[in-house]
Write a protein that binds this ligand. Structure first.
Ligand code: HMG
Ligand code: MG
Length: 297
């Protein structure tokens, strides 16, 4: 029997937020539409954050207005506070995402407040979203390490994940922001979180800085996780995690899953085409081994 795995596409947000060159609204819209046409059921489309902090996400209102939304596909956007939520509501977002961290230093650098303060800021976002019928996803960053503090105690990850779930997040995405975790560390972390939050409400969000992300996805599958974030062509990183590379490349995850008997509903050839297309626009080689192999190296 084939099991299903859901991939949430991060390229247009986590990917492009860290891009040095300007990517036009038109190209962002085409990227999102290509990914939805490749079978994605969720494409994170942008972020309502301060344009002074993350200039690349400044056009999210325009992007949200221009995309032709496919029925059955959701287009989540990041909302760190009520100002962000208001932008998302005006843009008619169906899903928003709040993003907290398991490390105090990262929380300060990324969203300019402590972990406790961030949870307070998220409360009105959850309330407003509930009233509007908008779904809320929750992220926890630094689940396997912090660029400022090093090792992060698993108890901190569990506490923040549990808090977001209790506030009403339908899914908690566990972020290895700097891609330092390994297979066994990931298993232990997922096991600890899933003792407090149902595993069906967990997702893995693994950056590939140390080349461990695919292995960490398999570690999470062994623990029962069935939803993973990935980025087309491995685009991206986090502006507040210097040197971190993008999420694991979507094409590499899909190749590995399909080859192992899992179904994703995604068209690998269409993903590869999209990866080549966006890489040409950015003027670089694709960041996916599968795409490079299919192109002939
Ligand atoms: P702040 O400076 O503390 O906010 O920033 P403030 O409330 O004091 O407001 C200061 C100014 O920002 C004001 O404007 C506000 O209007 C404006 P001014 O009066 O100076 O002209 N402002 C906003 N503008 C637009 N959208 C908003 C907003 N809120 C306030 N929502 C804030 C706090 C969170 C806004 C800021 O720190 C920020 O934007 N940070 C960027 C965070 C970010 O986008 N990080 C990258 C995404 S997270 C990530 O990549 C990790 C993840 O992938 C998981 C993983 O890998 O671990 C999700
Ligand atoms: Mg990320």
């Amino acid at each position: 029997m084939t099991s299903n795995i859901t991939i949430i596409e991060m390229g247009p947000r986590d990917g492009l937020q860290n891009e040095k060159q300007t990517v036009s609204i038109e190209n962002k819209v085409e990227l999102i539409e290509r990914l939805a046409n490749a079978g994605m059921k969720a494409v994170e489309a942008g972020a309502f954050v301060s344009p002074k902090w993350v200039p690349q996400m400044a056009g999210t209102t325009e992007v949200m207005a221009a995309i032709r939304r496919k029925p059955g596909v959701s287009y989540p956007v990041l909302t760190p506070n009520m100002k962000g939520y208001e932008g998302a509501r005006e843009a008619k977002a169906d899903t928003v995402a709040v993003f907290g961290a398991a490390s105090e230093s990262f929380s300060q650098k990324n969203i300019n407040c402590s972990i406790e303060e961030s949870l307070e800021r998220f409360k009105p976002v959850f309330d407003a979203a509930k009233a509007d019928g908008v779904k809320v996803r929750g992220y926890v960053s630094c689940v396997l390490g912090c660029p400022y503090e090093g090792k992060v105690p698993v108890a901190n990850v569990v506490r923040v994940a549990k808090a977001l779930h209790a506030m009403g997040a339908y899914e908690i995405s566990l972020g290895d922001t700097i891609g330092v975790g390994t297979h066994e560390e990931t298993k232990a972390m997922v096991r600890a979180v899933s003792s407090e939050v149902p595993v069906a409400a967990l997702a893995g969000h693994y950056h590939d800085t140390y080349g461990q992300a695919l292995s960490n996805i398999w570690a999470s599958i062994e623990e029962g996780v069935r939803v993973f974030d990935a980025s087309i062509s491995g685009l991206g990183g986090c502006p507040y995690a210097k040197g971190a590379s993008g999420n694991v490349a979507t094409e590499d995850v899909v190749y590995s899953l399909h080859g192992s008997g899992f179904a994703t509903g995604l068209d690998l050839d269409a993903l590869i085409e999209t990866s080549v297309w966006i890489s040409e626009i950015l003027g670089r080689r694709p960041g996916s081994k599968v795409t490079l192999a299919k192109m002939g190296g």
